[in-house]
Design a protein around this ligand. Structure first.
Ligand code: IMP
Ligand code: MG
Length: 183
C-alpha cells in the first residue's frame, strides 16, 4: 500500500487555491511581480501555479542544493542565480518543500541584499516539525506535522521520481531498488 500524501487532484486544487490567494494579495501592485522557482524540486509546482495565476508575471529560476539522498546536509550550494533585476521588485519565491528552513532563509536574505521590495514565500509542503531557522511562509499547500521523506511531483530521491504526478512516502524496499538503479 502506497502512503499517499497528496494526490494529483489535491495538488491541482492546492495550486488553484494558492493562485487565487496570491492574485488577491498582488491586486494593488503597480509593478510586475517576479516569480522565482527553486530548482529543481519546485519546477512542477511552479508551472502549475503560474498557469493558474491568470495575471502578468515575470518568471525566473534559481538552483540551490542542500540535500543528499533522504536528508539535509545543512549546507547550501548555490548553483544558479536569477537573470532578472531584483532591486525594487516584488518577488514570489516558489519552493516544493520547506524542511529545516535553511534553503529559504538563505534565499530570502540573498534577495533582500539584492534590494527586493517585497518577498512572498510559497511552498507546496511545510515540514514544520523539522524547522531549524524561522521562516515566514505566506502560502502553503499542505503542512506536515510528522517527519517523513516524500517523493513525487518534483520531490526526488537521487534525481528519480520527479515525474510522478502525486506525492507519497516511499518504502524501504523502493529506496533500495532506486539505490541500485542510480549507483
Ligand atoms: P531545507 O533547507 O532543510 O528547508 O530543505 C529544503 C529542500 O530540501 C527542498 O528544496 C527540497 O529540495 C529538499 N527536501 C526537503 N524535504 C524533502 C523530502 O521529503 N523529499 C525530497 N526533498 C526534500
Ligand atoms: Mg529543493
Amino acid at each position: 500500500m502506497v502512503e499517499m500524501v497528496m494526490s494529483h487532484e489535491e495538488i491541482l486544487k492546492a495550486c488553484e487555491d494558492i493562485a487565487m490567494k496570491l492574485k488577491k494579495r498582488l491586486e494593488n501592485l503597480n509593478d510586475v511581480p517576479l516569480m522565482i522557482c527553486v530548482m529543481k524540486g519546485a519546477i512542477n509546482f511552479m508551472v502549475e501555479l503560474m498557469l493558474q495565476l491568470k495575471m502578468d508575471v515575470l518568471t525566473d529560476y534559481v538552483q540551490v542544493r542542500s540535500w543528499e539522498g533522504t536528508s539535509s546536509t545543512g549546507e547550501i550550494t548555490f548553483k544558479r542565480d536569477v537573470s532578472h533585476r531584483i532591486e525594487g521588485r516584488t518577488l514570489i519565491i516558489v519552493e516544493d518543500i520547506i524542511d529545516s528552513g535553511i534553503t529559504m532563509n538563505f534565499l530570502v536574505n540573498h534577495f533582500k541584499q539584492m534590494g527586493a521590495k517585497e518577498i512572498i514565500v510559497v511552498a507546496l509542503f511545510d515540514k514544520i516539525c523539522k524547522r531549524k531557522v524561522p521562516i515566514k511562509i505566506d502560502f502553503v499547500g499542505k503542512t506536515l506535522n510528522e517527519d517523513k521523506f516524500l517523493v513525487g511531483y518534483g520531490l526526488d530521491y537521487k534525481g528519480l521520481l520527479r515525474n510522478v504526478p502525486y506525492v507519497y512516502v516511499p518504502s524501504k524496499e523502493e529506496i533500495e531498488k532506486w539505490d541500485k538503479m542510480v549507483k
